[in-house]
Design a protein around this ligand. Structure first.
Ligand code: CA
Length: 537
């Protein structure tokens, strides 16, 4: 497969008059070295003590994400946030929208949102909002009208049929009996979420109006698009049908026409092979679920075998700003729970995630090791800010009980301990932003002599960072690292420790550019990761 270009180049390839852009180097943009932070507003911070997080509460805590001062290291240093749905919705999660043009009243007002945008931009934070176009709420006025009136103008905005038949991947019916007459409507995920009929030109036009509203009137920097592999159906096929790609091509072109710098990222909960069909000319980026699983699984099991394969495949196919690794999101068991509460494993996973290429995302609370397992509300519990009542999330009664470890795993406690997970996240994110190799360098896998070791370089033009991690519980001595040919220019390199790592032994690189049985350190401790910078002598 031909390597997929950046979006700007891809767009120009489609346009016969812009072929001169072809082959030009793209200048680095905000995405290089950036980290995005996923926030569930309901659970982040409550400003008015009704137990529900809100936009004003989020504004009060923006400094935790980024305080706007590059010199300060008391913030995470993330330069982008993704807000889970914030439009009006009857459910706690918000993925069933009743008004696409209005902020959920429990979260605040449209004016509050505009203030959030201003406060975020002041701190150098881009704001992406979740856009749910596969389905609306069964409480949406258009759906209610279509349900009640067979001659409703909104009838063809949804899908009705005389009979049922068909189940989704979780085994539940996708056709739901109408409560008012003898017919069924289609809702892939749930009866409360009737699918929008994106074959209807009026619906497609409406999705564009919604995008324009958020970009122009509300001032967002882009969108995270929900469940896009399910957008349309063809017969019995409910995922990744060709009509999805046509719709996204049209939608993304519209977004670019309104705001050429807007960033779009899609949720295609699928293999890399399936995700690659969503390039080059649709959304900018997609989440790399395979990379997430490879990191979490390696850190959980202690085996580094195959850990880098998904990231290497994506690197071969895509520019780094067009794929997004992460550890876990709001639909998955939290990373700390996957790691059995072992903070060393959480730190190791963070180190690997934040030293790989791609545009990484992290889920709120990961930085303080928040735990959580299904059912879904327990994956989305209130953020732990301090040791106070309700962990500083609210002065009232939290909408959902906190996790039991909030007294220890919180921002206040971890801020006071420079060896904490929170400080590790802060240091890694700041280093990634400042370091050309970590921010934009090529991932070059190395070959360690032990199945629990992973070792790689991030190699940019003038800078190389070397990462080694021991995924086993026990220390490994007699470490030897080998590489393929043409890994580095021949010569001797000094190996300086980064983020508290000791200095390593110098590397001798042969005339063929190969590293041969290099012993970086006497031994590497169990569940330890070290970063080094290489300087050619
Ligand atoms: Ca509130």
């Amino acid at each position: 497969m031909r390597r997929i270009p950046s979006v700007a180049v891809a767009a120009s390839l489609l346009c016969s008059t812009a072929s001169s852009v072809q082959g030009q180097e793209q200048t680095p943009d905000w995405k290089q070295g950036a980290v995005c932070y996923e926030i569930f507003v309901r659970s982040f911070h409550d400003s008015d003590n009704d137990g529900v997080g809100d936009l004003r509460g989020l504004i009060e805590k923006l400094d935790h994400v980024n305080d706007g001062s590059p010199a300060s290291t008391r913030d995470l240093g993330a330069t982008c946030i993704w807000l889970m749905p914030i439009a009006a919705s009857p459910s706690y999660h918000g993925y069933d929208v009743t008004d696409y043009y209005r902020i959920e009243p429990a979260y605040g007002t449209n004016e509050d949102f505009k203030q959030l945008i201003a406060e975020a931009h002041q701190r150098g934070i881009r704001v992406l909002v979740d856009l749910v176009l596969n389905h609306a709420s069964s409480e949406h006025p258009y759906f209610k009208h279509a349900l009640l009136h067979p001659d409703s103008p909104y009838r063809d905005w949804f899908r009705f049929a005389p009979g049922a038949g068909g189940r989704n991947e979780w085994g539940t019916e996708v056709w739901h009996r109408s409560p008012v007459r003898d017919e069924y409507y289609y809702g892939f995920f749930w009866s409360g979420m009737p699918d929008l009929n994106l074959r209807n030109p009026a619906v497609r036009a409406e999705t564009k109006r919604i995008a324009t509203f958020w970009l122009r009137d509300m001032g967002v920097d882009g969108f995270r698009l929900d469940a896009i592999r399910h957008l349309m159906e063809e017969g019995d096929q409910t995922t990744n049908v060709s009509a999805n790609h046509d719709f996204l091509r049209e939608f993304a072109a519209h977004v670019r026409s309104v705001s050429p710098d807007a960033f779009t990222i899609g949720e295609v909960y699928d293999s890399i092979g399936a995700v690659l069909a969503y390039y080059p000319d649709q959304l900018d980026s997609h989440f790399a679920f395979e990379v997430a699983d490879s990191i979490v699984s390696a850190v959980r099991t202690g085996s580094a075998q195959g850990l880098l394969a998904p990231a290497l495949r994506l690197q071969r196919e895509l520019p780094a700003e067009r794929w997004s690794p992460f550890l876990r999101n709001h639909d998955q068991t939290r990373a700390m729970t996957e790691f059995g509460g072992d903070i060393r494993r959480a730190r190791l996973a963070a180190t690997i995630l934040l030293t790989l290429p791609g545009l990484p995302f992290m889920y709120y609370g990961e930085e303080v090791g928040m735990t959580g397992d299904k059912p879904d509300p327990r994956l989305r519990t209130p953020m732990h800010w301090n040791r106070g009542p309700a962990a500083g999330f609210t002065g009232g009664v939290p909408w959902e009980p906190l996790q039991s470890d909030s007294f220890l795993a919180n921002v206040e406690v971890m801020d006071a301990d420079t060896a904490s997970l929170l400080h590790a996240y802060r240091k890694l994110i700041h280093l990634r932003a400042a370091d050309a190799a970590l921010g934009g360098g090529e991932l070059v896998p190395l070959e360690p002599n032990h199945p629990s070791l992973v070792a790689y370089l991030r190699r940019a033009q003038d800078r190389t960072v070397f990462v080694i991690a021991n995924l086993a519980e026990t220390a490994i001595s007699d470490v030897r690292i080998t590489s393929g040919a043409a890994t580095l220019p021949g010569g001797v390199y000094s190996v300086g420790g980064l983020l508290g790592a000791p200095a390593g032994q110098p590397i001798r690189v042969g005339g063929n550019g190969r590293i041969d049985r290099y012993a970086p350190v006497e031994a590497i401790g169990g569940l330890q990761a070290w970063l080094f910078e290489l300087t050619r002598r």
